[in-house]
Write a protein that binds this ligand. Structure first.
Ligand SMILES: [Zn+2]
Length: 310
């Protein structure tokens, strides 16, 4: 509720600001695209290329679920040619803004794919609100490379719609990136063919779409990627027990930007390694500056996973 009020106040501020602050940034005749999270940013730049100035609202290294838009961010959204966001429970603020601003051309990534319900596996420490028995969609749709392609295609369609004169450039850009994602997908499918062992995450698990795509089994400390909570004693002993059984991969996984305390403890306890599985949710400042992309981060995952499953 507080967040809602906050968003409403910001919208009012933004609308007021707009009047006297029109186009403070010079985009040099380029399209202005505003994105929320890293996958949206990365897919957009691989469609629009040099034709657009692309902004990512979530700063590198920031926790994706605690993001709150500033008044400046809202002005940017109000002023852009296309606003790309993910959709889902952490984007409620977006819907509030879109409801109260007029004519914002927007694209919701989750609209391009089929969504799955959050899943609870044995041994997980559940979020507190789960007692209410509410079914929730998992929003981390981009983690499946096949979904990434669908999202790219939907951004491409939108791009051609808002700037038909650049259609050929968009097609060329998008197709070259889609080809890279398809190759990755093929590599992953080959790597995981017949893989029946369990992957153990001493962490949150925003990788449901990736795991479903390749028919993989997993155990994790927490579902989805809500705010970091302490794992229960049952979770710790369950995961430790599983790691010592034969049908688990002998590596403990954690996700980017996590403190990976639990994964490290489990790894030490079982005498195995802990490795980062990058969900591309957000990116460190270092990786961002180095120009890492969805494809390069997924390739990093591939190399890590190849070593882990062999
Ligand atoms: Zn998340």
């Amino acid at each position: 509720m507080l967040k809602k009020i906050f968003a409403a106040i910001l919208v009012i501020c933004a609308v007021t600001l707009c009047g006297c602050n029109s186009v403070s940034e010079n985009s040099g005749g380029k399209l202005k695209i505003v994105t929320t999270i890293f996958p949206a940013y990365d897919f957009a730049r691989n469609v629009f290329g040099d034709t657009a100035e692309i902004t990512m609202l979530l700063k590198p290294g920031m926790e994706s679920h605690s993001y709150d838009p500033s008044a400046k961010d809202i002005v940017k959204i109000d002023d852009c040619d296309l606003f790309i966001y993910n959709g889902g429970e952490s984007d409620v603020w977006v819907e509030n803004i879109l409801n109260s601003t007029e004519n914002v051309n927007s694209l919701k990534m989750t609209d391009a794919v089929e969504m799955l319900n959050e899943e609870y596996t044995e041994g997980m420490t559940e979020h507190e609100e789960i007692g209410e028995n509410t079914e929730e969609y998992d929003e981390h749709v981009w983690t499946s490379p096949k979904n990434a392609v669908l999202i790219m295609e939907s951004i491409l369609d939108k791009a051609k719609e808002i700037s038909p004169e650049n259609a050929e450039i968009f097609e060329k850009n998008a197709n070259s990136y889609i080809e890279k994602i398809n190759l990755l997908d093929k590599d992953f499918a080959e790597l995981f063919e017949g893989e029946e062992r369990f992957f153990v995450f001493g962490d949150r698990f925003p990788l449901l779409y990736f795991f479903k795509e390749y028919g993989l089994n997993y155990y994790a400390a927490f579902p989805g990627c809500g705010s970091e909570t302490e794992p229960s004693a049952q979770t710790i002993s369950f995961l430790t027990k599983k790691l010592n059984e034969e049908d688990t991969i002998k590596t403990v996984f954690y996700i980017e930007l996590s403190n990976h305390k639990l994964a490290d403890n489990l790894a030490e306890e079982c005498g195995i390694a802990a490795e980062e599985f990058h969900t591309c949710h957000n990116i460190t400042a270092l990786d961002f500056e180095a120009g890492e992309s969805y494809v390069s981060l997924m390739k990093r995952n591939y190399d890590m996973l190849k070593a882990a499953v062999e």
